[in-house]
Design a protein around this ligand. Structure first.
Ligand code: DGP
Length: 112
């Protein structure tokens, strides 16, 4: 999607501090961290949100979570962490490209 910030990150048109990348997934540090570790894990393919996932995306959806967990290991978050995805306006989604927030490195507040 031409006007999507995260597609621009995927295409290298916008800078990002990447912590992981493979052929279908990229993960980078959130520009406005809400915890000492705050990484966004996204599919390279544009999908609006978790609500827009299709049956054919089931494998990718699973790999996004597995990747977030793997990155948690990379950041030594053995004491616990949170994986969150916001959906739509009421869910607090600001960027309309599916992303999982990986948050940790401290005792997290009850809400995010
Ligand atoms: P959400 O509210 O769930 O859509 O979260 C969007 C997150 O994306 C928010 O925590 C800030 C982050 N973000 C927005 N623009 C950029 C950007 O250009 N670069 C990076 N690294 N993060 C961004």
């Amino acid at each position: 999607m031409s006007n999507c910030i995260f597609c621009k990150i995927v295409n290298g048109e916008l800078p990002s501090e990447n912590v992981y990348q493979d052929e279908e997934i990229i993960a980078f540090k959130d520009i406005k961290p809400q915890a000492s570790v705050h990484v966004l894990v996204i599919p390279k393919k544009h999908i609006d949100s978790a609500d827009a996932l299709e049956q054919e995306d089931a494998g990718l959806a699973g790999r996004l979570i597995l990747t977030a967990a793997k990155i948690a290991g990379q950041f030594n978050l053995g004491n616990g962490y949170r994986i969150v995805t916001n959906i739509g306006e009421d869910g607090g989604q600001a960027v309309e490209h599916l992303h999982f927030h990986l948050l940790g490195g401290e005792k997290l507040k009850d809400s995010f």
